[in-house]
Every structure is written in C-alpha cells, then in structure tokens.
Design a protein around this ligand. Sequence first.
Ligand code: HEM
Length: 416
Amino acid sequence: MKRRHAIGLGAAGIAGAGAGFAASRLLPEPSAQAADPAAEAIEFYGEHQAGIVTPAQDRLHFAAFDVITSDRDELIDPHTAAPPPPPRRGGAHFAGPGGASGGDYYAPPDDTGEAQGLPPSGLTLTFGVGPGLFTDADGADRFGLAAKRPEALADLPGFPLDDLDPAISGGDLCIQACANDPQIAVHAVRNLARIGFGTVAIRWSQLGFGRTSSTSLAQATPRNLMGFKDGTANLKAEDEDLLAEHLWAPEGDGAAWMTGGSYMVTRRIRMMIETWDRTSLAEQEAIIGRDKAEGAPLSGGGEFDEPDFDAVHDGAPAIAVNAHIKLAHPTSHGGARMLRRGYSFVDGSDELGRLDAGLFFIAYQRDPATGFVPVQQALAQNDVLNEYIKHTSSAVFACPPGVADADDWWGRALFE
Ligand code: HEM
C-alpha cells in the first residue's frame, strides 16, 4: 500500500502537496514496518523531519542543489516550470504500448525504475535551505524571502587549515537521503532531481557508507575509517531534554518558520589514510583520547564513562590537552553540543594512488554559531588529528520542521 502525499521539488525546492510527485514512490506505508532493517519503513510525517534523530541508517546519498529559476511560483511548485525534455520514442519500458501501468509508452516513465521490487530499507529524506536561497552574491533578495532568513543560517566562517573546493561546497537547497540500501537512497535523490529539472540543478553530491555515528541508545557504536568507535558521546534520540536544548530550534528563536527545525552543517573531511596507517597504535589513541579496541577514554573506565581530563598517567595528563575528545568536549566550549550523523566515503583514489577517503561529517544543532563553530575553531587550531585530515567541502542548511500531513509540504511556512 502506498502513500498519497506529494513531495515534488516545490516550496523552497523540494515540496508541494499536489505538486504531482507522490512520496508514495519513495516512502512506503509505515505499516510495512518490520524488524529487518532492510524492510523497515520510517514515518515521513511528524513534528520534526525524519533523518535527524532517526537511528542512523547505513547508507547516504547527499545532494546540494542550486536554484536556477528566478520565478517564486516555480520554486514553490516546479510543475509550473517549463515542460520536461521531449519524450524519447521507444525509451519507456514500463507502460507498454497499451499503457498497461497507466503511463505513456512514448514518454519517459514516471519513475526511473531501479527501486522496483526493493523494500523501503529505512529510507528518510531530510530537506534544508542554504543561505544563498535568500540573497544572491550581491545581496539582492532572490524570492522575497530575505527578511525571513534566520540569524542562525549564517555562512560559516573560514577556519585555519580549510582547503575547501567551492565547486563541492554550499548550495541553495539540500536533500539528505539515508537508507540501508544505497540503491534506495540514490533512487530517491535521482527522482527528486529529475522532477526539479529546469528549477534546480545538482551542485554537488556525496555518497556515504558505514554510518560513523549512533543517534540512538539502541544502536551499537560504529567505527570510522580510522578504525575508532565514533558516536560514543553523541546526542541521542532518547536524550529528550538535551535535544530540546541543543538540537531543535525553539519558538521565539528568530525565524518562526524554523520552530521545530534544526541547522545542518556538512564538511567533507578527507583522511590521509596511508599516513594514519603508518602511525603507532599508541599515537593513534593519544590523538583521539580514547582506546581503539573499546572506545573507552584514556583516563579509564568503559566506553560510556565520562572522560576525566584531570587524570594523570606517568606525570602527564592521561588525555592530552590537544586530544580530539578533549578539544571537542562540551566542557571546552561552554556546553556546546551537536548531533553528529556522518558517513564514511571512498571516492576512488588520487593520482598518487592514495585513497580519496574520509568522513562526510554531518551535524545538526539549534544554532551552528554555538554548536559547530566554536568546536571547529578549537579543533582547527589545536587538534593533533589535523596532521591526518583535510576539510575539502563545507555547507550549512536550515532544515525546517517536519511535514504535518498530506496538505503540508517541506518549507511551507517559509513561503507563507
Ligand atoms: C568525538 C573522530 C571530526 C566533533 C569523536 C570521537 C572520534 C572522533 C573517534 C570519539 C568517539 C565519540 O564520542 O564519538 C573524528 C574524526 C574526524 C572528526 C576521525 C575527522 C575526520 C570532528 C569534527 C567535529 C567533531 C569536524 C566538530 C567540529 C566531535 C565531538 C565529539 C567527537 C563533539 C564528542 C566529544 C566528547 O564529548 O567526548 N570524534 N572526529 N569531530 N567529535 Fe570528532
């Protein structure tokens, strides 16, 4: 059984009840829920968007879009845009000459088809808008939205050691598609991009695998490509008070349309894998501040015990003052917290035969200025890990609250 609500590339890019693109094609009925993560269907409607505190799935397809129309109505509903490219004769294989599946044999099929027969695989789609949607490079108001730009949606400052490629940074809109099957995530992004043809264009995209974080106490902590457990001290879905304080934008926090939403920061962080692999275990552990086998802090105890930054071993701090967890810990930043939800990536290898691999870091928070920014400032200045990593892409997006029901759509309140 399939759902009827629509999520065409519409308001603020990807939305629009009645926009003609039924989410049913991407989001099967939650009643199909099963214990098997491959079969699981995640509820789409809700107070908050899915894909933030949802237990992190194993695969990611992330896409950032440029809005290429200047027409506000078209942005709200891309189906008012120019018609799609002309049909390819004989190119459609699903309807048949008689239109057996209700489609037009001489038009492109409604759906690209590669997800047919596959289970929902825990698919979530999380949508955000970037600072560039509000004003262009000259500061001109693009869609009459400038006054609605939240203060928290500020361009990130530059950080020491940044090596950002503008071609894979920024974006007016984004879609984070997570699923336990990469084909399901890719299918979702591909079909949304197809529907947005002429209104939005993909600016850059990133595939990810092997979640590098837990977002629920029910999940075991995964390992990143450096081989360390990642996500131990993350915000978790069950920490409701902490989520209210650090994750969700509260009422009265500036932009009313963002109440119940969250701000997303993405950073593509390349790892110098070959150098890391030649580093001793002792040094690797000192750099992170945790032991590699269990993920326990070097001050002692188990994985989930709080690190003791005052503990001393052999006359020196057990956790070095420039260890990653010391610099990233909330006590070093007046309590800054974020929900990390990143993925590993391997994008082939470079001209020297080194793996082009690392961490596609994603973090959600109530305000990047008090979440990601102070932490990254400290890490960029002092983290020993910097010898082994390079930030190559950066973006920030405001992810509005959830879609309430079939009459609602992504970002509706922004356009009202
Ligand atoms: C903790 C790895 C980049 C923020 C950790 C931990 C590992 C790790 C292994 C310990 C386990 C845990 O609590 O999750 C990495 C690697 C990175 C990276 C390999 C780059 C490739 C970043 C960045 C930020 C960040 C860019 C944010 C600016 C944090 C925070 C913690 C943490 C907040 C928890 C600290 C605590 O409260 O103990 N990271 N990290 N990390 N990391 Fe990173």
